[in-house]
Design a protein around this ligand. Structure first.
Ligand code: DGY
Length: 334
């Protein structure tokens, strides 16, 4: 039977070339545009594999249309866009691309930390609009970074890379999560309850995956626990923050500011957020470097090709699917 793959958008090299090497037919959406559920359903029908992106909503309806498909290889570390339980029920493997975007995302987290504290975008705007009145003792003052306290929520790989960089700024590092992180401990970090982290950090940086438990983890109550001089930074997933509550906290001066790379309902923002001057707003650029995106495309393609060969892909996020698949029929070894 012919092996057909659908790629949901243009992706960097070497992604498509690798896929072409392991499939008989490759169809690709060549527009930089997210497909609707109906369009996705039409495209995935009859496919053996799909390479998708974090902007594609892979729900039960799409998975039903992909009957007989072996794998949805998501080109992202986060996979909250895929209904993994529904994929497992249908015997479809789901993979992600962990590791390769850690450093780029940690770098961007630091871009936000420094940029929001030192009012970099506001300063740039002053220069471009000819508003710089000349140096003044009270002009565009911001928060200190060196020597302050950094609170990391969700102590995974990216948080660890952010903590490594914090050493150069001689920061105290706190973290909150479900279990201790020997890596962050080794960097001098200390695990504390979330409420303590919120109440004592000068920068609260979010690095948790989006799950039912972390949706709106940072709500009005959590924001009210933060210091009025503290900043919130989010390079994880938008819905971890209640964005309407954040707008209230920013407007009222409940917190000093926010540096955001992700939003609750991308590509939209909550009403009022763009009008808050104490924000630095980036359009989901965490992994947006040439090398990182190429590595993500390569890993997604490799996962896909391994699954098409009948083997277990290295970054399988639903290993329980293997017991649902007949090892003999699918030729898969767990
Ligand atoms: C991911 O891979 O989950 C990142 O958000 C991409 O930038």
């Amino acid at each position: 039977m012919s092996v057909r793959v659908f790629i949901t958008q243009p992706i960097p090299d070497p992604g498509r070339g690798l896929v072409a090497g392991c499939a008989d037919e490759v169809d690709q959406n060549l527009e930089d545009q997210v497909l609707s559920t109906d369009e996705l359903r039409a495209k995935v029908a009859g496919c053996t594999g799909v390479l998708c992106l974090l902007t594609d909503r892979i729900d039960a309806a799409v998975l039903d249309a992909a009957k007989g498909c072996r794998i949805f290889a998501n080109m992202a570390v986060g996979y909250n866009n895929v209904d993994v339980a529904a994929a497992t029920e249908r015997g479809i493997m789901v993979t992600n691309t962990p590791g390769v975007l850690t450093e780029a995302t940690a770098d961007l987290t630091w871009t936000l930390i420094l940029g929001i504290a030192r009012r970099v975008v506001e300063g740039d705007h002053e220069m471009r609009t000819g508003r710089f009145p000349g140096w003044g003792p009270l002009y565009l003052l911001g928060g200190d970074v060196t020597g302050r306290t950094l609170g990391l929520v969700g102590p995974g790989r990216i948080a660890t890379a952010v903590a490594e960089r914090a050493r150069g700024f001689r920061m105290a590092v706190l973290y909150a999560g479900r279990r201790p992180s020997p890596e962050i401990d080794a960097l001098g970090g200390r695990m504390v309850p979330l409420d303590e982290l919120l109440a004592t950090s000068d920068f609260v940086s979010l690095h948790t995956p989006l799950t039912p438990e972390t949706r709106h983890l940072i709500d009005a109550r959590a924001l009210s626990r933060m210091k009025p001089t503290a900043y919130l930074v989010n390079t994880a997933r938008g819905p971890v923050v209640d964005e309407a509550a954040l707008v209230d906290a920013l407007r009222s001066g409940r917190i000093a500011g926010a540096g955001l790379d992700v939003y609750e309902d991308e590509p939209k923002m909550a009403p009022g957020l763009a009008d808050c001057p104490n924000t630095l707003l980036l359009p989901h650029l965490g992994s947006a470097t040439f090398a990182t995106r190429a590595a993500m495309a390569r890993i997604a393609a490799e996962n896909l090709c391994v699954a098409l060969r009948g083997d277990r892909p290295p970054n399988l996020v639903n290993p329980e699917v293997l017991s649902r698949l007949s090892g003999e029929a699918a030729g898969i070894t767990s």
